[in-house]
Write a protein that binds this ligand. Structure first.
Ligand code: FES
Length: 138
């Protein structure tokens, strides 16, 4: 990441995270999910890298620093973006997806995708606000 190509966007007052430690903010066309934990502020793209569904609705595990995608049970580090679990579907739901995949090529493709990390963004605190940096060179 080239520091000179980063555009910083002011998001929310730091004090607002005391009541609401997980927040969703729109930055241009992206929804950015901000998680505050004991180490500070972490920013990720709210789109799950699997099918693009919303990550914020699945909840966070602050101990593991992960966010859970509730749609197909994947977990990502909200700190590094790393995949911690990918399509960890079990039981009847797994059987139904397997069955569906037998007859639908698109469904099969969706459920055999290679793991992809979630996009992360640097954060900083200035003027009592949380800012995120977006690399403009991408
Ligand atoms: S959309 Fe997140 S795991 Fe499928």
């Amino acid at each position: 990441m080239n520091e000179n190509n980063i555009e910083w966007t002011k998001l929310a007052e730091t004090i607002s995270f005391e009541k609401e430690p997980e927040q969703l903010h729109k930055v241009k066309r992206d929804d950015i999910f901000i998680v505050k934990d004991e180490d500070g502020y972490h920013a990720i793209n709210n789109r799950c890298p699997h099918l693009g569904l919303a990550l914020n609705v699945g909840g966070c595990n602050k101990k593991d620093k992960t966010v859970h995608c509730k749609f197909h049970s994947s977990d990502f580090s909200y700190d590094t973006g790393e995949v911690k679990a990918w399509l960890n579907i079990k039981g009847f739901e797994k059987f139904m997806i397997w069955l569906f995949s037998k007859f639908d090529a698109d469904a099969k493709k969706m459920m055999t995708m290679e793991p992809k990390p979630v996009e992360t963004f640097p954060t900083k605190i200035a003027d009592d606000h949380v800012w995120i940096g977006i690399d403009q060179s991408n």
